[in-house]
Write a protein that binds this ligand. Structure first.
Ligand SMILES: Nc1ncnc2c1ncn2[C@@H]1O[C@H](COP(=O)(O)OP(=O)(O)O)[C@@H](O)[C@H]1O
Ligand SMILES: [Mg+2]
Length: 241
């Protein structure tokens, strides 16, 4: 479904992504992990057209989408959440989510957008907050709204950037279940960046590890969590999955 081939992204002298290649199959759940600064968000920014890579290509369902602008990437059926949610603070939650449906994959009419937005707000259990100003939401609610917003664009491929960071363990497992159901019941494909190992390892079909802008390891959660390279660079100790 998605193929990233030999992507290089530099910021001045810093090589944030150094020939990264990664592929994802339809309806797969890929966990993307690695230390802070290893290039995870930059990779999302390259896939979604925020940055054009200096080298390499990104293919989506056979089309070369390298460097296509973000508003055109979303039309292809790719959406993402942001590590730091930036809602339109003075719009309501519903209006925030509706705007994603109106400027998403299809340009939904106002009434269609409202229906789409309410459905996803219900899915993420934020329906009661629909008429509240977005700036009044707490961090957990902001994250859920961010998720509803991405879903309302109508994606087939969804990129989640530290969605559960900042949630307590029970909230986290709830959100993890919601997200896994998007693959199992709605047929989406997901790449999830996450530091909470319990979440990533329990939810992912496959895990890809970035370190200093390059691939360190890739494999099943079991393989990756026992890999000495991954333990040394990131995990610190073997973890139970
Ligand atoms: N817009 C930018 N300008 C300069 N450096 C950046 C920019 N975005 C990211 N970086 C740098 O690129 C590296 C990778 O960052 P990032 O992709 O955000 O890492 P991660 O999401 O894995 O924590 C870091 O060293 C970061 O400081
Ligand atoms: Mg990041």
């Amino acid at each position: 479904m998605l193929e990233v081939k030999g992507v290089v992204k530099r910021f001045g002298g810093l090589v944030a992504l150094n020939k990264v290649s990664l592929s994802v199959k339809e309806r797969e759940f890929l966990g993307l992990i690695g230390p802070n600064g290893s290039g995870k968000t930059t990779l999302f920014n390259v896939i979604t057209g925020y940055y054009r890579p200096e080298e390499g290509r990104v293919y989506y369902r056979g089309d070369d989408i390298t460097g296509l602008r973000p508003h055109l990437i979303v039309k292809k059926g790719i959406a993402r959440t942001f590590q730091i949610p930036k809602p339109f603070g003075r719009l309501t939650v519903l209006e925030n989510v509706m705007s994603a449906a109106m400027y998403g994959r299809k340009a939904a009419s106002r009434s269609e957008a409202k229906e789409i937005a309410m459905d996803w707000l219900e899915y993420v259990r934020l329906k009661e907050k629909a008429d509240v100003e977005a700036k009044a939401l707490n961090i957990v609610e902001r994250k859920l709204m961010e998720l509803a917003r991405a879903l309302s664009t109508g994606p087939d491929l969804l990129l989640l950037d530290e969605l559960v960071a900042g949630l307590n363990p029970s909230e986290m497992m709830e959100v993890v279940k919601l997200v896994r159901k998007l693959v199992d019941e709605r047929g989406l494909t997901i790449i999830m960046v996450e530091h909470v190992m319990k979440a990533v390892m329990s939810i992912s079909d496959r895990v890809f590890v970035l370190h200093r802008g390059a691939k360190l390891a890739e494999g099943s959660p079991q393989e990756v969590s026992r890999d000495p390279k991954v333990i040394e660079a990131y995990l610190g100790e073997p973890i139970q999955v």
